[in-house]
Design a protein around this ligand. Sequence first.
Ligand code: RFL
Ligand code: PHB
Length: 394
Amino acid sequence: METLSLKTQVAIIGGGPSGLLLSQLLNRSGVDTVILERTSRERVLARIRAGVLESGTVTMLEEAGVADRLHREGHPHEGCWFSDDDLMVRINFAELTGKTVTVYGQTEVTRDLYAAQDVMGTTILHEVSDVVINNADSATPKITFTHDGNTKQLSCDYIAGCDGFHGVSRRTIPDAKRKEFERVYPFGWLGILSRTRPAHEELIYANSSSGFALASMRNENLSRYYVQVPLTDKVEDWSDDAFWTRLFACLPSDVVKTMETGPSIEKSIAPLRSFVSEPLRWGRLFLVGDAAHIVPPTGAKGLNLAVSDVFYLHQALIYAVQKGDDSGIDAYSGRAMTRIWKSMRFSWQLTTMLHQFDGEDSFAGQMRKAAMLHLAQSDTARKDLAENYVGLPF
Ligand code: RFL
Ligand code: PHB
């Protein structure tokens, strides 16, 4: 059977937020892209994930021309709360950093990006399989894949691996050319979405004698809650009643008093890990977002880090494609990694400060309590947390 051939300047593997945003920014600067996505658009849009956007992320979405609905429907938050049983500490982002974060779901960011890419007329091939990257370390990379029952080949100048943690891009880089760093945490987050009024007008990250919980939201009528669970737990083990009971045990009693409960409309468990593969480049292949690094969700950094990678890479690729200037792509991995490691540290520190570890000694709980008390009493501690939470500069 004949192989169908396609050609583009930048081939993008993965139609999640990083692939779509990179494509949108490149297209707006006149660089041609093709996106290959393993699943359907509906399945990409059905993944309930991130909810908190740093101000730098919002600026990038503005630059990409996809921030109108975000500004209409997103909710700027000037602070968030950390609690330890009944002690509540507010981190006032606006006062401590002059910045805010915006609550706007990843599903909505992705939906806006797909709509913008449709207007742009970008070729996005869904339900592709058998993706193989060839000759990435040469001047003529090629990707072969199956689509609509046909074998196809995409020739390109550069490849952006935006295909998440389970994608093919990272694994294409020979083991001898990259190094992995990993920490797996001995718990996961059980999350639910429910059509209820949020517990509080701002997010609450709760340390408690019953474990960690997070009270978040999407809008005035849609709440997102998480509780820490052992890795062995299954979603089926958790009835809605059991979830609410655990959540109530973790949140401060004043918050629980006025909380609204209702049926969950989504329930899932996400394992927590910190993972980095570096460098982010092999020849003409560049890793972006979750394809290269995973953070535990505690610091709300995953999507935001993917966006800062896109910030560094889109500029670099525009220079390389349009001016033949490789200085940006040569610097990409180093520039992005500096910021990635700082976000890694913040996410790891918050995760350690807020979760109960199985089999921990009696000392560990006291350290968590002392960290909370320090946060309550020290402007400096709150400022450090705020600076990292709203996002370090790009
Ligand atoms: P994605 O979103 O995983 O998208 C990758 C895309 O690539 C496709 N793909 C392939 N396509 C073609 N060929 C292949 N061989 C392919 N293999 C995979 C996949 O189908 C998919 O569409 O990676 P991307 O774009 O780098 O985006 C990263 C973010 O999705 C992720 O970092 C965040 O969701 C993490 N995260 C959070 N980040 C934040 O910034 N703030 C938050 O509040 C936040 N909360 C969260 C989170 C992640 C969570 N989970 C479930 C892990 C909360 C949770 C519970
Ligand atoms: C969410 O709303 O899904 C969310 C918010 C903050 C986090 C993680 C997840 O740190």
